[in-house]
Write a protein that binds this ligand. Structure first.
Ligand SMILES: Nc1ncnc2c1ncn2[C@@H]1O[C@H](COP(=O)(O)OP(=O)(O)OP(=O)(O)O)[C@@H](O)[C@H]1O
Ligand SMILES: [Mg+2]
Length: 331
C-alpha cells in the first residue's frame, strides 16, 4: 500500500447553493394540487363530506393545516440559517488552520535553513580550527618522537601516544564534519556526495548490496534541493540499516521534464530509494521524526513524498521536487 500526505484543501470550499431543484418540486406539487383541486372541485366536495359532522368542526381543518405548513416553512428557514452560519464558521476555522499550517511550514523552513547554516559554520570551524591544530599537534609529537634520543624512553613513548591520540581525535572530527556537512557536496556536487554516502554505508553494511543510478544533470539543482535530497537519502539509508534487514538497496536520482511541460521550462527531480527488506505496515507504524522531517523538507520545496510498502516487497520512498529553470519559480 502507498501513503502520501497532502495539505488540507481549503482553496475551494463548497459554498451553500440555493436548492433550485427542491424549490421546483415544491412549486410543481403546489400547482398540481391547485389544478387537481380546481378540476375535482375539492373544497366543495370536502364541504359536502364534512357538513354532516359540523359538531366536530372538521371544516376548520384546512386553516389549521395551512397554519401548520407555514410553521414548518418557518422551522425549515430557521434550520437553514443555522446551518449556513455553522458552515460559515467551519469555513473560517479551516481558513485559520490553513493559515496556521502555512505559518508553521514557513517556520520549519526557517528552522531548517538556520540549522543547515549553523551546521555549515560548525563544519568549517571544526575543519579550519580543530583540524589544523590537531594535525599540527600530531606532526609536532611525531617530530619529538623521532628526534628524542634513546636515553629518554618515557618522553619518546609519551610523544608517540600524543601523536596517536591526536590522530584518533582528528579522525573523529573528520567523521563529525562529514555528518554536519555532506562530504563533497560544496566542491564536487550532489552526485559525488551521494556516491560517497553510499560507499560509506556499503562499508558499514557489507552484507547489503547498494546500487545507485543517475539520470540527467543532478549537479546543478541548487543548494536547497541538493541538501534536501542528500538528507533524505541519509535518513532513508539510516532507516534501512535500522528497520529493513534488506539484502538489496537501490537509489535512483533522475532529473526529468515534467509531463506536459515545454522542453526547457519545468523540470522535476525524482529520488527513489527502494529496499527488499521486511517492509512495514504503514497503517500501524509510528512515524518518527525521520519520515516526518523528510516530508517537511520535500513539501517546503513544493514537492511530494510517497512511502510504499507492498506486502513482501520491502520499503520504498519516492520523492518528487519541481525544479525552477530559466528564472521560472517552481510551484
Ligand atoms: N526501510 C524500511 N524498512 C522497514 N520499515 C521502515 C523502513 N523505513 C522506515 N520504516 C518504518 O517506518 C517507521 C518510521 O520511520 P522514521 O524514520 O520516521 O522513524 P524512526 O526511524 O523509527 O525514528 P527516527 O525519528 O529516529 O527516524 C520506522 O519506525 C519503521 O517502522
Ligand atoms: Mg528514521
Amino acid at each position: 500500500m502507498a501513503l502520501s500526505v497532502r495539505a488540507l484543501d481549503t482553496q475551494n470550499p463548497s459554498k451553500p447553493r440555493f436548492p433550485w431543484r427542491d424549490a421546483a418540486v415544491v412549486v410543481a406539487v403546489t400547482l398540481a394540487t391547485a389544478f387537481l383541486g380546481i378540476y375535482f372541485e375539492a373544497s366543495e366536495r370536502l364541504f359536502e363530506a364534512t357538513r354532516g359532522y359540523e359538531h366536530l368542526q372538521l371544516d376548520e381543518l384546512p386553516a389549521a393545516i395551512l397554519a401548520l405548513a407555514l410553521a414548518l416553512m418557518w422551522f425549515a428557514w430557521r434550520r437553514q440559517r443555522e446551518l449556513s452560519d455553522e458552515l460559515a464558521r467551519r469555513l473560517e476555522i479551516e481558513r485559520q488552520i490553513e493559515s496556521l499550517l502555512a505559518d508553521n511550514r514557513r517556520l520549519a523552513q526557517r528552522y531548517m535553513q538556520a540549522q543547515e547554516a549553523e551546521r555549515k559554520h560548525l563544519a568549517r570551524e571544526l575543519h579550519d580550527e580543530m583540524g589544523q591544530y590537531l594535525n599540527a599537534i600530531r606532526m609536532d609529537a611525531l617530530a619529538i618522537e623521532q628526534r628524542i634520543g634513546e636515553g629518554e624512553p618515557e618522553v619518546r613513548r609519551a610523544a608517540g601516544a600524543i601523536a596517536q591520540h591526536a590522530g584518533h581525535v582528528y579522525a573523529s572530527v573528520r567523521d563529525l564534519i562529514g555528518t554536519l556537512r555532506p562530504v563533497g557536496l560544496d566542491d564536487l556536487g550532489l552526485r559525488a556526495a551521494l556516491e560517497h554516502c553510499l560507499a560509506h554505508w556499503q562499508q558499514r553494511l557489507p552484507d547489503v548490496a547498494f546500487s545507485m543510478a543517475f539520470e540527467g544533470d543532478v549537479d546543478s539543482l541548487g543548494e536547497e534541493i541538493s541538501l534536501a535530497i542528500y538528507r533524505l537519502t541519509q535518513e532513508a539509508l539510516t532507516n534501512v540499516s535500522r528497520h529493513a534487514a534488506a539484502a538489496n538497496v537501490h537509489v535512483r536520482l533522475a532529473r526529468v521534464h515534467m509531463p506536459g511541460a515545454s522542453q526547457d521550462r519545468h523540470q522535476e527531480v525524482m529520488l527513489e530509494i527502494a529496499d527488499d527488506g521486511r517492509g512495514a505496515d504503514l497503517q500501524r507504524i509510528r512515524f518518527g521524526l525521520g519520515l516526518i522531517g523528510m516530508r517537511e523538507r520535500i513539501e517546503m520545496l513544493g514537492g511530494t513524498l510517497q512511502v510504499a510498502s507492498p506486502a513482501g516487497k520491502g520499503f520504498r520512498i519516492d520523492a518528487r521536487i519541481p525544479v525552477a529553470t530559466h528564472g521560472q519559480a517552481a510551484t
